[in-house]
Design a protein around this ligand. Structure first.
Ligand code: COA
Length: 163
């Protein structure tokens, strides 16, 4: 892997393309209706991206997005939502061609540096074993008590920084 640069970014078309590619690959082996409760995966990804863009437009003071760039190409993204003493990880996505090369770790490390002394939490799909393995490897624990109003707990579970 070439040198990874982490820098602030916006939730623009390339960020949305990255999220779609990343989640698309992660869910490729699943049955959208049965495993995700989603009829049309493409429409679902489009709606998620639009929502993230709307949140950044409507609450720019709360939202921080960081991109991971290799040779100028966006290969990773984390979207953080400042909730006072808490930081909610809205999204984290690494391009399928660049997974398991430390980019997710690098994004989270940088996020922790800029959001000092805040407890991080997130909500992920119960079926997303890779996401759960990634976050538990980074000091998070699955906790049913942590959720988010945007998400249905039949499909999603919370993870929070341990300690
Ligand atoms: C989850 C995700 C962001 C991880 O990013 P990544 O850059 O591949 O992760 P890293 O290379 O930094 O991995 C760090 C550690 O996480 C764990 N991990 C990551 N991917 C894993 C996998 N597929 N299986 C098992 N453990 C895994 C490992 O402990 C890994 O350390 P190691 O490689 O030294 O064993 C990436 O898989 C992704 O974009 N997934 C699709 C989008 C998504 O599900 N986002 C999370 C929900 S919001």
């Amino acid at each position: 892997m070439n040198r990874v640069t982490i820098a602030p970014c916006h939730i623009d078309a390339s960020a949305c393309a990255l999220m779609t590619a990343s989640f698309g690959a992660a869910y490729a082996h699943l049955n959208p209706e049965k495993d995700l409760g989603v009829a049309d995966l493409a429409a679902f990804f489009e709606a998620v991206c639009q929502h993230e863009r709307d949140v950044e437009r409507d609450r720019p003071e709360d939202i921080a997005a960081l991109g991971a760039y290799v040779a100028g190409r966006l290969l990773g993204l984390i979207i953080l939502d400042n909730e006072g003493e808490l930081t909610y990880i809205r999204q984290i996505a690494v391009h399928p061609s660049a997974k398991r090369q430390g980019i997710g770790c690098a994004l989270l490390k940088h996020a922790r540096e800029i959001m000092k002394n805040r407890k991080f939490f997130l909500v992920t799909r119960r079926i997303n074993g890779t996401s759960i393995k990634f976050f538990t490897s980074q000091g998070f624990r699955v906790d049913e008590a942590w959720s988010h109003p945007d998400y249905d707990s039949r499909w999603y579970v919370g993870l929070v920084e341990a300690g």
